[in-house]
Design a protein around this ligand. Sequence first.
Ligand code: FAD
Length: 485
Amino acid sequence: MIPQTTLEKLRSVVGKENVLDSPEDKIAYSYDGTPLLQQLPDAAIIPRSVDHISQILRLANEEGFAVVPRGSGSGLSGGSIPVDNSVVLLMNHWNRILEIDQKNLTVWVEPGVITANLHSTVEALGLLYPPDPGSAAICSIGGNVAENAGGLRGLKYGVTKNYVLGLEVVLPNGDVVVTGGKSMKDVAGYSLKDFLIGSEGTLGIITRVLLRLIPKPQASRTMLAYFDKMSDAAETVSDIIAAKITPAALEFLDNTTIRCVEEYAKLGLPTHVESLLLIEVDGRKAEVEEDGEKVVGLCKKHHSLDVRVAATEQEAIQLRTARKAAFSALARVRPTTILEDATVPRSEVASMLERIKSISSKYNLTFGNFGHAGDGNLHPTCLTDERDKDEIDRAMRAIEEIFLEAVRFGGTITGEHGVGLAKRKFLEQTMSEPALEMMRKIKDALDPNRVLNPGKIFKLRPRCEGPMPTNREQIKKFLEMGAYT
Ligand SMILES: Cc1cc2nc3c(=O)[nH]c(=O)nc-3n(C[C@H](O)[C@H](O)[C@H](O)COP(=O)(O)OP(=O)(O)OC[C@H]3O[C@@H](n4cnc5c(N)ncnc54)[C@H](O)[C@@H]3O)c2cc1C
C-alpha cells in the first residue's frame, strides 16, 4: 500500500485533480483486455507534462512504489494491469497529432493518439500509416509502440517497428531521452529506439513518437473466398505467395468463427464452409486488376466454393467486417474469451490448426480460430466461463500445449500481443536461460529499483517450477512424455 504521505507528494507534482484514487477509479484501471487478470492500483495519475513524468519516476525511486504506464487498456497480455504498490500512469490524455511533414512523410504524435484517428487524418492527405491492429478504433499509438503491434496489413507493410523513426522517452530514473529522427538512415551507436519498441512499458515511458508515412495506394481490391477444407485455404495462401503476389491482407476464419460472425453481423456468409479467406490486394490500378484476377484464379484452382469480390468501397468495408468482427462475435458466445496469438511459419498454418483442433477436443473445449494467415499469426480463441474452475483449468492446459506446439513448429508464443503478465511463464519455458538473463540485465541496468512496470515480460527472479524445456528437442520430448496429458 502506498502511504498517504507519498500520495500527497504525487498530488503536489501533478495537482490533486490529476490523482484519481476513489474506489471507482481504482476499479476502472484495475484491468485491461486480458481475461482472468485484475489488480487494484493505489491510484491512477494523469501527468500533464514530461517534467511531471520525470518527477513521478524520481519519487518512485525514492519512496519505493511502482509505475504502470497505460494507453487505452486494450492489451491482451496484461501489460497495463497494476502490480503491488503501484500507480497507473494514464497516457491516453496525451492525444495530439503534433506535426505532419509532407516533405519528409513523417508525423510526430503524442502516445495517446488513437490509431484509427491517425489513419483517417493522414488518409485525408493521400497518405497511409499502415499498421492496422484489429483494435485500431480504441488502441493508442503509445500502446502500439510498447507492444510492437501488428495487424491486418502486416504481411505487405510490416508492423509498428517498421514505421517508428524516433521516440521521446522518460527512463525509469526520470531522465529524458530523444532517440532517432527524420533521417531515413541513422546508424550512430546502438539503435535505442528499436530497443525500446516492444519493451511493454518496462524500460521507459513514451511521451512522443515520430512515425514514417507512405503514399496511400492508388487502388485496392477486396475479396472473400470460401473453402470446404482448411488445407485448400492453406494451399491457396502458399500459392498466392509463390506467385509473387503480396496482398495487403491475407486473413482466415475457421468454421466456428464464421458461424459466430454471421450470427452477429449478418453479412450473408455461408455457415457450412470450413474456412474463409479475406484477401486484399492494393497498389497501382493496373497491378491491382492483374493481381486480383490471379488471386481469384488461384482460389478456384484450390476448389474455392465461391469468391466474392467487392465492387465498391462500401462493399469492401462489409467484406472486411467478416474478419474485423471476429473477436467481438466470438466474445458473445461465452462469458470469458481467452484470445491467444501463437505464431508459426506460414507453411505450418494448416498443420498447426489441425493440432489446435485435436488439443481442443482432448480437453473438451470450444476454440474459434482466426488470424493473419499470411503471417502465420493465429488467434486460437477459447470460449469459456471463468466461474467454471474445471473448464478454466482445462483451458490453461490446452493453451500451454498450443504454445509448446507453436514453438515445436518453429514459431513463437506471441506474434503481436506481447508477453506481459499472461505469457511470462511460457517465455521462461521457451526461451533459453542466457537470452532471459540478457533481458534481466538490461532491465536491471536501466531500472535497478524496479519501479517501471515490474514483473512484466519475465519474473524478476528466475523461478523454476517443474521441468523447464529450453529448446525444441526438449519440448518435443516433453510433449512425447505426455507431460501435459
Ligand atoms: C478486439 C481486439 C483486437 C486486437 N487486435 C490486435 C491486432 O490485430 N494486432 C495487435 O498487435 N494487437 C491487437 N490487440 C491488442 C492491443 O490492442 C494492442 O496490444 C495495442 O497495441 C495496445 O494498445 P493500448 O493503447 O490499448 O495499450 P495498453 O493496453 O494500455 O498497454 C499495453 C502495453 O503498453 C504499455 N504502454 C502503453 N502506453 C505506454 C506509453 N506511453 N509508454 C510506455 N509504455 C506504454 C503498457 O504499460 C502495456 O505494457 C487487440 C485487442 C483487442 C481487444
